[in-house]
Design a binder for this molecule. Structure first.
Ligand code: F6R
Length: 361
């Protein structure tokens, strides 16, 4: 049932090109994003997104998209905080709850709190017969297929993919995007599955780097813009699978504290597709190197040619349109955690103290 893979996690990582392509085919027909008519973004002035763990990080990524592309303000919260803070929910709010299982206790409680307050409750789930799907006004499946490994991988990229389609739909309905730009974004999104498929070839490089990372006690992940949540995801995955202490930071926050941690024992993973903020990320990376930090630069060949001098290690990704780069860059984050766990001999599919579905708070 692991289809020739050593672990469910490896199988689920490798499945991403297929499930993502299938989900795209499901949601995009004849160049049109097909979503239920009930979902009308002209009816909302803001979005509140609530989730836990990796699903929360998918929401944080989507905030950049919704705000930049659809020009709609988004608040994102972890469910355990949202539910007890009992925030006011203004009129014309769309509340989106993202959950692989659809059963996470805190997210479900947050959903129940928002019911009757938000104009619409939308859940983005993998399990369509889940409690969240049942209790929502509308539930959209991410179509990732069953995810067995405790660490979420394909569900995360499928969540991102669906959230990016929701963004484009919102931008179209709200008149924030012209036909040509929307078509270009869709084309770029359609390319992601095959880019992930090609990028699986970095596995042998990752394996080699992971053996070195396995010896570290602390690892930092840095990213800017929509790559900041990806830095958080890289750190979360590494922590939960390898039990190595890891933190993700927005690159620009480094000098406000965390740079004090840098010495020659701390690997710093810099997630840097060549986007509008690339040069700024590189300058933060150089600050790390000037203090002896060991930088693993993840970028495309041009980015590495431009900025890779003197770094500790590199991982070369294919060129990708920067807007949806976070979906592609989830792969090196997943592989780093996976191979570091292998190097440390930890239980990849069932890390200690963790459960697949957290149905108690
Ligand atoms: C991390 C991970 C968890 C889940 C979180 C939410 O790899 O899998 O952080 O993302 O427990 O679970 P769902 O999505 O089922 O609500």
């Amino acid at each position: 049932e692991k289809a020739g893979h050593k672990h469910f996690m490896a199988k689920e990582i490798a499945e991403q090109p297929i499930v993502l392509a299938e989900a795209m085919t499901h949601y995009v027909q004849n160049g049109e994003i097909t979503l239920p008519e009930a979902l009308d973004f002209t009816k909302f002035d803001r979005i509140t997104m609530v989730a836990c763990g990796t699903a929360y990080l998918a929401c944080l990524t989507a905030k950049y998209w919704f705000e930049q592309i659809a020009r709609i303000p988004v608040e994102v919260d972890v469910a355990s905080e949202f539910r007890y803070r009992e925030p006011p929910i203004p009129a014309r709010t769309l509340a989106i709850f993202v959950s692989q299982s659809g059963e996470t206790a805190d997210t479900l409680a947050a959903l129940h709190y928002a019911k009757g307050k938000a104009d619409m409750i939308l859940s983005v789930v993998n399990v369509t017969e889940s409690s969240m799907a049942r209790d929502s006004d509308l539930a959209l499946p991410i179509l990732a297929g069953v995810e067995v490994s405790v660490a979420s991988t394909k569900a995360f990229t499928c969540q991102l993919s669906l959230l990016s389609l929701l963004t484009l739909k919102a931008a179209q309905q709200r008149g924030k995007i012209d036909i040509g730009t929307a078509a270009k974004h869709l084309e770029n999104l359609k390319k992601i599955p095959s880019l992930i498929s090609h990028s699986l070839a970095i596995s042998s490089d990752v394996k080699k780097i992971a053996r070195k990372i396995a010896k570290a006690e602390d690892v930092l992940f840095l990213g800017r813009g929509a790559m900041f949540p990806l830095a958080l995801e890289g750190a979360l995955k590494l922590k939960e699978l390898s039990y190595i202490h890891a933190e993700g930071y927005a690159s620009g926050e480094l000098k406000h504290g965390p740079i004090a941690l840098i010495d020659n024992r701390v690997p710093v993973v810099v997630m840097a597709p060549r986007d509008a903020l690339f040069d700024k990320t590189v300058s933060n990376m150089q600050e790390v190197m000037a203090r002896g930090g060991k930088v693993l630069l993840i970028s495309d060949a041009k980015g590495i040619a431009q900025a890779g001098q003197g770094v500790w290690e590199t991982l070369t990704m294919p060129e990708v349109d920067p807007v949806f780069a976070p979906i592609l860059y989830a792969l090196p984050a997943q592989l780093l955690a996976y191979y570091t766990a292998i190097a440390k001999g930890t239980d990849v599919d069932q890390p200690r103290n963790l459960a697949k579905s957290v149905t108690v708070e």
